[in-house]
Design a binder for this molecule. Structure first.
Ligand SMILES: NC(=O)c1ccc[n+]([C@@H]2O[C@H](COP(=O)([O-])OP(=O)(O)OC[C@H]3O[C@@H](n4cnc5c(N)ncnc54)[C@H](O)[C@@H]3O)[C@@H](O)[C@H]2O)c1
Length: 306
């Protein structure tokens, strides 16, 4: 438990409790409360927050897979930062170009990058501990976006087996590991988890067993967590269709765009806006356990052979 420093500075006390321990019944909760030490009331090192009381009111998010310049994760990160959220981006590799990303540069105070492999439990635990201290021990939203984005199994038999295992470890288990690590910091009733799945969870091309299974698994995870985390966190999945992550360098044909009922390919901001909506309990507070397809209408079409 901590005394909110901005509250202290303004002359009134507002106590912030850590997440209630899992499975705590009423009696145990009372004991837990009684056992709170005076030292718990100490105001933590919060010079930055005292200098900027606005930070105290900020919502906070952890977004995985933010490493690529024009990828979905970076787009989601930009949207959160521009809406005034305090954010941690996590990726297996840090790209030097972060230094020249104007949005990240403009929001340096609000943003921290942490390098970690989301398929490795120890790395995830360490990263989320570090993230939670930057985010003042409160995580309102976790976006599980990191993943192997190329959907096809390739190579010989043993390479295909290894590739399958990599898809499951990163694209599915990674989301569960990240959720488990973040949950102790997610405030009951104002927490949201968004899994970035894919339309390929439901529709497929040859040789996408690993990717398709992991993305379909995220939908099962969404429903299971929505029930397990009732009244703690809302959990939803977004299923993007074709999103242009080339930053405009990909040459698109008229056929590519016309294939979409909306007449264009998706952009990272199409996904980012939906994430922002699902993250906001005041707007999406009655939505949990759902999948939201964002594909320009492609999967709504009934296609006959030519
Ligand atoms: N772009 C699309 O059309 C599209 C469509 C449907 C779903 N998606 C999904 O959206 C997400 C982002 O895709 P994208 O197109 O921006 O691809 P991307 O490759 O640009 O982004 C994926 C990011 O995840 C990171 N990553 C991969 N493995 C990791 C690991 N083990 N630990 C930590 N970080 C790791 C990568 O370094 C990369 O920065 C992916 O989950 C992808 O499957 C994308």
């Amino acid at each position: 438990m901590m005394l909110e420093p901005d509250a202290a500075a303004r002359g009134f006390a507002r106590l912030v409790f850590p997440a209630r321990p899992a499975g705590t019944n009423h009696t145990r909760l009372q004991l837990w409360f009684v056992n709170i030490q005076a030292s718990d009331l100490a105001v933590p090192d919060t010079s930055e927050r005292l200098a900027s009381p606005v930070l105290c009111e900020m919502k906070t998010a952890v977004v995985s897979g933010t490493g690529t310049r024009h990828g979905l994760g970076r787009g989601i990160l930009h949207a959160f930062l521009q809406e005034g959220w305090r954010c941690v981006g996590i990726d297996i590799s840090q790209h030097q170009e972060e230094q020249t990303d104007p949005v990240l540069q403009a929001h340096q105070q609000q943003y921290k990058f942490i390098q970690a492999d989301i398929s490795d439990e120890k790395q995830v635990q360490t990263a989320i501990q570090e993230a939670s201290s930057f985010l003042q021990r409160s995580i309102n939203c976790l976006v599980n976006n990191a993943g192997i984005a190329q959907p096809y199994l390739e190579g010989n038999h043993s390479q295909r087996i290894q590739s399958w295992q990599n898809y499951i470890a990163t694209n599915l288990s990674g989301a569960f590991l990240m959720s488990e690590a973040c949950l102790p910091f997610m405030p009951h009733g104002d927490a949201s988890i968004v899994h970035i799945s894919s339309v390929r969870a439901h529709f497929s091309e040859p040789n996408s067993e690993g990717y398709g299974s992991a993305k379909a698994g995220l939908i099962g995870l969404t429903r299971a967590q929505a029930v397990s985390l009732a009244q703690h966190a809302r959990v939803n999945a977004i299923l993007p269709g074709w999103i242009d992550t080339s930053g405009g360098s990909m040459e698109l044909t008229k056929q590519d765009t016309d294939w979409h009922p909306v007449g264009r390919i998706g952009a990272p901001k199409d996904i980012a806006q939906a994430v922002l909506f699902l993250a906001d309990s005041s707007k999406a507070g009655f939505i949990t356990g759902q999948e939201l397809t964002i594909d320009g209408g492609v999967t709504a079409k009934l296609v006959y052979p030519e």
